[in-house]
Design a protein around this ligand. Sequence first.
Ligand code: GLN
Length: 529
Amino acid sequence: MSTSGGSADDLTRRSGAALGAALRSGEVSAREVIEAHLELAERQNPALNAWLTLDRDGALAAADEADRKLTAARRDRAALDGLHPLLGLPVALKDLVSVRGVQCTAGSRILEGYLAPYDAHITERLRDAGAVILGKTNMDEFAMGSSTEHSAFGPTANPWALDRVPGGSSGGSASAVAAFHVPYSIGTDTGGSIRQPAALTGIVGLKPTYGRVSRYGIVAFASSLDQIGPFGRDVRDAAAVLHAVAGRDPRDSTSAPVPVPDELLALADDDEAAASLRGKRLGLPREYFVAGMEPGVEARVRQAVAALEAAGATVEEVSLPHTDYGLATYYIVAPAEASANLARYDGIRYGPRLGDGDTLGNYLRTRGEGFGAEVKRRIMLGTYALSAGYYDAYYLKAQKVRTLIKGDFDALFEAGFDALVAPTSPTVAFPMGARMADPVSMYLSDACTLPVNMAGLPGLSIPCGLSDGLPVGLQLIGPAWSELELLRLGRGYEALTADAEWRGAEPAELALADNPATRGPSAGRPVPA
Ligand code: GLN
């Protein structure tokens, strides 16, 4: 452990909950906590390229503000208990979340230099909680991808193996948490972009129910599928972030007026959490053990299922018969919505304007040079699927199949299953470059996550061990608004495996990332905010 600079008293190795307790007791100051995380992120970013922006000045100012609140509250026990658990703690935002005055690229050249003129809803909520925004993280361009290799600013490395991808599209946010730069971060998940990178980097990631978190101020990819959610190294930390950002916001008409349970902040300790698994009814969808699944991944998932059964849950094999159509329908619906959402990048309203010709000439050059190949592929697919004559054959048909996919899940939850258990990703982290030449092989990375977005449901990925030294994720899928229940199940599994050897393992190549001589594929140098 010491080889990667992670000694027991290293603040960056503690959970968010433990850091919060240390802040409230006065053991450490928010400034010390923020300094420690900033320093690590700055040192390792050349190797990992997880960050596109690090806001040292803004973060330290927010830390000092948190210290003032902590000092005032420490005079009165009740005031101390009333502080939000995120107060004074560092968080990373995927670079498609608007932070007023800070660059927001969505991983694209077409937004390079664009400064968000306002805060996203979730940015406001995190600021209200007193969380400290450390910076913005790398991502696939407009969140299209499963590896973060489609970023215009170079790929992000996986701290478990620097020549492998961290998953995507929220790979920067996942890598930053796995490498201890922050205890938690924010990603978005349109087809798997929180759960899959969480699985590939060995952390927890939650895709909430569609409508749980306001999308106001988030760069849109596919509006009927996009959801914002948290990453953490454990379930409790992820739950605390969800608690801060969830809830109705009138500025996003799809955000639902569903209460956010305060129990998210009080998930049970080990014994109670493990005991709560007794009597749970879980379904194991057979279609999720897809062709091409790595045997090591399947073995870890089946082992996790056996552990849940041993703890008193019942697990029954079930069928989600339309799973096979998930990929095909997603790649009609998501590109169709993307082609509409991305029409706004015209070189007039956002980011750089290229060309000195007429309006049309500027438009063509700005979009021609501003968008990468994957984004253009999606715009063409989407425009085709929406065009006269093809709309009914493709888009309308896909929407009908989407209803069938949702019906599969509804039937199981109506039959009384508490949740479904499945792999998150069919493989562990794959080598950089392995899927870049074949778009369909990249799309297949999300075969186990896409249907959940199509149905609007919540999905949680939690680590369940290693295969060939690389992390494997276990996915828990629940009915709409069941985040608390999913997180409780996840906490239960965490409790069962608290002493497992793999839990103590740090990402194998963190020490390499720590060496200033190690340069990642793009030698990431984040810009100051
Ligand atoms: N990998 C999928 C895609 O490329 C999902 C991405 C996401 O969830 N943002 O569309």
